[in-house]
Design a protein around this ligand. Structure first.
Ligand code: 5AD
Ligand code: SF4
Length: 471
């Protein structure tokens, strides 16, 4: 048994990690043929992509994926700890699984992802959820097949969570959800330690993948017909810093662009590490999508300082304007937290002012959620919950106004759309524009999923656009 420890998870040193090629233990290959699994994924794209690896690992064990948890022999929750509600959702699901397990005694239930890295979660599992078969952390996820096998063979609860990042594993199998767009990890972990955030504790130190491994993965995606890659990391802008003297995200983006895949996206960017060089490269290549997620979190310098964000409203705006001026037609989206401890009405109004200046194309807004072990959770919180809820509502009204206003400017314009699927209505399709707008469109002609087609916008809505296929 290995239990998580936050003190250890917080340490950062420059010790070397090894790159290891993943090998599936041949003794357990296909051992569980005939059995089925279901993965419930919570949280960010990183988790979604981890689930694609997990799904491939379980498939190698012989399990077959089903899309109803009640039909599965193994249910795995790939969890998120970013806010309290993600936490509550996972525990709610565990409640339902407890009932299911009373009827289906052989059901195997496991928990992985960020919540597994939290000592309070593991303590609770040890105390009140003895029926959960295994818990595995983010740093040893590749070891899942052996842990599942051990839990089943020994019929005992397995808790295998390491607080520190270990080796960097290359060559994990992957079963991608899509066959036209793909996630590609470029950097793991985060060293920013924003005071409210658990990620630096649950995902460890920043570790970049070697550029050759990334480029080779993308080359093989291209030869498999993929149209879009999203380069993933908690803070992609730190790419390369831990590994190379002089090779950054700008260099990587350029090399990926030159491979010729039609669409490149990347997420998430911290404003602190966003260099002029990156902006130039994004503006220079047509296949780097003009859509940037640039979390601001707050418009008040006082709150930004309490959050440990390392920039001011002024320096954020300077960066924002530079991106807008250099990257033609770019859309910028953001994340905002309201109700941070000690946020005053004045601070909040500064956030509204900033939104009025930036007129974002999209945004995710949250109420501050104290996370165990983070510095912000220890700041005396004097903002009443009702006040926080009101601020969120006021913020959303302003954000929504600009989403619609920006979308209205697109009416009658023709946009390139990567078609993702067919909607319920006849002859209706949906997909995303280069600027990452969700577009529902009609077409009398049959359209292939995964194609990039032109769509003329007929109607703007707050969160999407309607259009018609345009030949
Ligand atoms: N409370 C509320 N929102 C949070 N986020 C991260 N940690 C917290 C927290 N403790 C938000 C930030 C981040 C996004 C992924 O989640 O806005 O950018
Ligand atoms: Fe969390 Fe800040 Fe790192 Fe983003 S940059 S993952 S908000 S610590």
């Amino acid at each position: 048994m290995h239990l998580p420890n936050y003190m250890e998870a917080r340490t950062r040193d420059k010790r070397n990690y090894k790159k290891i090629s993943f090998k599936f233990d041949s003794k357990i290959k296909n051992k569980y043929k005939g059995k089925t699994f279901f993965i419930k994924t919570y949280g960010c794209q990183m988790n979604e992509h981890d689930s694609e690896n997990i799904s491939a690992l379980l498939t190698s064990l012989g399990f077959k994926e089903v899309n109803d948890y009640q039909m599965a022999d193994l249910v795995l929750l790939n969890t998120c700890s970013i806010r309290e509600n993600a936490h509550n959702k996972a525990f709610g699901m565990l409640g339902r699984l407890k009932h299911l397990k009373q009827e289906k005694k052989d059901l195997i239930v496991g928990l992985c992802g960020c919540m597994a890295q939290e000592a309070i979660v593991v303590d609770e599992i040890l105390k009140d959820y003895k029926w959960v078969n295994f818990v595995i952390g983010t740093h040893n996820m590749y070891n899942l097949p052996n842990i599942i096998d051990k839990a089943i063979e020994e019929n005992s609860q397995q808790i295998e969570v390491y607080s520190r990042e270990g080796d960097l594993i290359e060559g994990l199998p992957v079963k991608r959800v899509n066959d036209f767009k793909a996630y590609v990890n470029i950097i793991y972990g985060c060293d920013k330690f924003c005071t409210y955030c658990v990620v630096p504790y649950t995902r460890g130190r920043e570790r970049s993948r070697e550029k050759e491994d990334i480029l080779n993965e993308i080359k093989s995606l291209i030869s498999d017909g993929y149209k879009e890659v999203t380069l993933l990391g908690q803070n992609v802008n730190a790419y390369g810093k831990d590994l190379y003297e002089d090779y950054t995200l700008a260099n990587l983006l350029e090399e990926v662009a030159l491979l010729g895949i039609p669409r490149i996206r990347f997420t998430t960017s911290h404003p602190w590490d966003f260099t002029d060089n990156m902006i130039e490269i994004i503006g220079k290549y047509d296949n780097i999508m003009p859509s940037i997620h640039l979390p601001v979190q707050s418009g008040s310098n006082r709150v930004l300082k309490l959050m440990g964000r390392r920039y001011t409203k002024e320096s954020y705006l300077e960066l924002f304007n530079k991106i807008k001026d250099t990257v033609k037609g770019v859309t910028i989206s953001t994340d905002i937290i309201v109700g941070f401890p000690k946020e005053t009405e004045e601070d909040f109004k500064e956030t509204l002012d900033l939104v009025n200046t930036c007129k974002y194309d999209n945004a995710f807004s949250f109420i501050f959620s104290p996370r165990e072990g983070t510095p912000a959770s220890k700041i005396k919180d004097d903002v009443p919950q009702k006040e926080k809820e009101e601020r969120l509502q006021r913020l959303n009204e302003v954000l929504n106004k600009y989403f619609l206003e920006n979308n209205k400017k697109l009416e009658n314009k023709v946009l390139p759309v990567l078609v993702e699927g067919i909607s319920d209505k006849k002859n209706m399709y949906y997909g995303y524009s280069d600027t990452n707008k969700l577009i529902n469109f009609s077409s009398d002609k049959d359209i292939n999923i995964g194609d990039i087609v032109n769509v003329k916008i007929t109607k703007a809505k707050t969160w999407s656009l309607d259009g018609e296929y345009y030949e």
